[in-house]
Write a protein that binds this ligand. Structure first.
Ligand code: ASP
Ligand code: MG
Length: 422
């Protein structure tokens, strides 16, 4: 069993879908689970639709129409026969959005978000599954929400491993008795009350890893528009180099701190079962990409990533008491309550500094609550640089014209919170 994951860019138009079919035709000589994301930028558009509906900031119908137009333009090209079953299926799926937005929101924002945004993946997999069946990649479509079970933390569903594993054994594995390809959605799960959850933006990679874990797959391949994992983001740097092989540990550190090539949650399930992860290019499907697996190979060169739009929050007890365990635990429980994740932290006698993503929806209420107990200062507009396998030359090059606000190093990794010299 192998698991393939195709992200939004790999299915962004009809030509891209045809390319996926070509890759699968060649490489599905063994049982394969194909995990697919929403097409192109659909998730962003559906997010806008949710905002328009929930906050009444614009007309959700208009955005829905754009989402429909985009998908129908792809479908018209892939299925010239207007009586093809897919047209009906799509209409039925879009209608689900209409039903939701015709009424006033009955649940909180995150809950509503998941019920709408998940449909991007439902639609893309319906199209792709149908197209693959037309092009002799015989497959079955499967609703991932029936097997990936989560709690009801909307927008960041926590996966129930035991239950999901049992459901995969009951519902997914038997399908391979009749076909050798199953097409399903990344990013989405279901709760015990049959609501949809999502696993966090870009979470389709994570779904692929989970399914591989539950099925004891021999490998996962993530198909990207880059040749593999590079030592730096080619969007920002010239002369990047592809890394042939990387350990799970290097991969998790780099992705956690912003290497967007794979979702950071992907690594753990694979590491736990020693399943190798291949990152390959759908543009050059014959080339070898990067393999991530256990080995004693160090990164051949310094590898670095930036996380932008960071905020550095500095927290001091109002009464000049030490930052000791009691204060720390009060601070951490507030971070956890507001779902704000610390990227780097540092403490001194009466100061605790935390660098996090400046997601205003979460960070503003956190700061407000912290201020009830602590003196809170913050700097915004910062960058967090993480260099794995660092050397002095790379540090100097990357911090040129920057003001450093906080720095932390271990044997393998250096992290620097900084901003441009103004
Ligand atoms: N479609 C979702 C997103 O854009 C999940 C994914 O692409 O992995 O966040
Ligand atoms: Mg995506």
């Amino acid at each position: 069993m192998q698991v393939f994951k195709f992200g939004g860019a790999s299915v962004k138009d009809a030509a891209a879908v045809k390319n996926v079919s070509k890759i699968l035709k060649k490489l599905t000589t063994k049982p394969t689970i194909v995990v697919v994301s929403a097409m192109g930028k659909t998730t962003n558009q559906l997010e806008q639709l949710v905002n328009a509906y929930f906050y009444k900031s614009s007309d959700p119908e208009l955005i829905l129409q754009q989402v429909k137009d985009y998908h129908y333009s792809i479908v018209n090209e892939l299925f010239p026969d207007p009586s093809h079953r897919i047209y009906n299926e799509l209409e039925n799926t879009f209608v689900e959005i209409n039903w939701i937005i015709e009424e006033e929101p009955a649940f909180g924002y995150n809950h509503v978000y998941d019920q709408i945004v998940c449909l991007g993946e439902i639609i893309s997999t319906k199209i792709i599954s149908a197209y693959l069946n037309e092009t002799a990649v015989v497959n079955k479509w499967m609703d991932a929400r029936g097997v990936i079970q989560t709690d009801n933390t909307y927008r960041e569903g926590k996966v129930n491993y035991e239950l999901s594993e049992a459901l995969v054994a009951q519902q997914l594995l038997p399908v391979f008795k009749t076909v050798s390809v199953v097409v399903t959605q990344g990013f989405i799960g279901g709760t015990s009350e049959n609501f949809t959850t999502t696993l966090g933006r870009e979470g389709s990679d994570y779904t692929a890893a989970l399914l591989a874990y539950f099925c004891n797959a021999e490998s996962v391949t993530i198909w990207k528009d880059v040749p593999g994992i590079l030592n730096a983001d080619p969007k920002w740097f010239k002369n990047t180099r592809k890394i042939e092989e990387m350990t799970y540990h290097d991969a998790i550190e780099l992705t956690y701190y912003g290497a967007s090539v794979i979702h950071p949650k992907t690594i753990k399930p694979l590491q736990n079962k020693n399943i190798p992860l291949y990152v390959r290019s759908f543009l050059e499907p014959d080339a070898v990409g990067t393999i991530i697996r256990e080995s004693d190979k160090r990164l051949p060169i310094p590898s670095y990533i930036f996380k932008i739009d960071q905020i550095l929050i500095s927290i001091q007890p109002k009464d000049f008491s030490f930052i000791a365990e009691d204060n720390m635990s009060a601070i951490f429980s507030l971070f956890s309550k507001h779902m704000v994740h610390a990227n780097v932290m540092q403490n001194s006698a009466i100061n605790f500094s935390v660098c996090t993503d400046n997601d205003k929806q979460k960070v503003e209420p956190l700061i407000e609550e912290l201020q009830q107990q602590f003196k809170v200062l913050f700097n915004t507009g910062l960058e967090l640089l993480t260099i794995r396998n660092y050397d002095q030359k790379t540090i100097e090059k990357l911090t040129e014209n920057k003001v450093i606000l906080m720095e932390q190093r271990s044997r393998n990794t250096i992290q620097i919170v900084m901003r441009n010299v103004s």
